[in-house]
Write a protein that binds this ligand. Structure first.
Ligand SMILES: C[S@@+](CC[C@H](N)C(=O)[O-])C[C@H]1O[C@@H](n2cnc3c(N)ncnc32)[C@H](O)[C@@H]1O
Length: 204
C-alpha cells in the first residue's frame, strides 16, 4: 500500500504534461493550471475519504476527442460538469456550447477554475462552489458531464435532488462510471461508446 503511494507520487512529480490536439500541453499553451494533481492537504484527503469524494484529476486527454465526437450529434446548448475541479473540461468544450457550468465542492479548486477562466478570457462559463448532493440542474435539458467525482452515496443524493426535472432529453456523459448501478436503479439506460470507461446515459 505504502509502496503504491510512493510510486504514485514519484510518477506524479515526473509526469509529462498531457499533450492535446494542438501538439502541446493545453496548460503550457495558455499559462494555466488544470492538469496537475497537487493535493497534499492531509485533512482534506481524510475528509474526502470519509465522504466518498474522489481526488482531483483532470480528464485524461484521450477522452476529449471522443466526447467532442459524441457532442457533434447533440443540439443541447448547455453543459454542466459535476465536480469540475480546475475547469479543464469546460475550457476544452467551451466553443461547443452557449453556456457551461462547473460545479465544484472544494473552494480552492473552484477559485483556481475562476482564475483560469480569467486568463483564458472566457465569458460563457459559470462556476458554482457547492456540494453536488444539493445542486439543482438547469430546468432546460442539457449535457451533464461526470468524471468520477464521487461514489454511490453522493450520486444517489444528486440524482434524487434532480429526478423531478430530468427527462430523456438530458444527456449524461459519465467517465469511469463507478456508480453506474445508481443510474440504473433510477431508470437510466446506458450506452457504451468506442472508448472503454466512457458511457452515455439517458432517462427512460
Ligand atoms: C476526477 S475530478 C474531475 C475534474 C473535472 N471534471 C475533469 O474532468 O477534468 C473530480 C472532481 O469532483 C470534485 N468533487 C468531489 N466530490 C464533490 C461533490 N460532492 N460536489 C462537487 N464536487 C465534488 C473533486 O473535488 C474533483 O475536483
Amino acid at each position: 500500500m505504502l509502496a503504491k503511494k510512493i510510486i504514485f507520487r514519484i510518477r506524479e512529480v515526473f509526469r509529462t504534461p498531457y499533450v492535446y490536439d494542438s501538439g502541446t500541453s493545453f496548460d503550457a499553451d495558455h499559462g494555466i493550471d488544470t492538469e496537475r494533481i497537487n493535493d497534499r492537504n492531509i485533512v482534506r484527503r481524510v475528509y474526502r475519504r470519509l465522504r466518498g469524494f474522489s481526488n482531483y484529476q483532470a480528464l485524461p486527454v484521450q477522452y476529449l476527442s471522443q466526447i467532442r465526437k459524441i457532442l457533434l450529434t447533440s443540439e443541447l446548448k448547455t453543459l454542466v460538469d459535476i465536480g469540475s475541479g480546475k475547469g479543464c473540461v469546460l475550457f476544452y468544450l467551451r466553443d461547443m456550447f452557449d453556456y457551461l457550468i462547473g460545479v465544484e465542492y472544494f473552494q480552492d479548486l473552484h477559485e483556481l477554475a475562476i482564475f483560469n477562466a480569467k486568463v483564458l478570457n472566457t465569458t460563457n462559463i459559470e462556476f458554482v462552489n457547492i456540494d453536488a448532493s444539493c445542486y439543482r440542474l438547469p430546468s432546460n435539458p442539457c449535457v451533464v458531464f461526470i468524471f468520477n467525482p464521487f461514489g454511490e452515496k453522493v450520486m444517489t443524493d444528486f440524482l434524487t435532488a434532480n429526478l423531478d426535472l430530468v427527462t430523456k432529453d438530458y444527456l449524461f456523459i459519465y467517465v469511469n462510471p463507478v456508480a453506474l448501478h445508481v443510474f440504473e436503479e433510477f431508470g437510466f439506460r446506458s450506452c457504451a461508446t468506442d472508448l472503454q470507461n466512457l458511457i452515455t446515459l439517458r432517462k427512460l
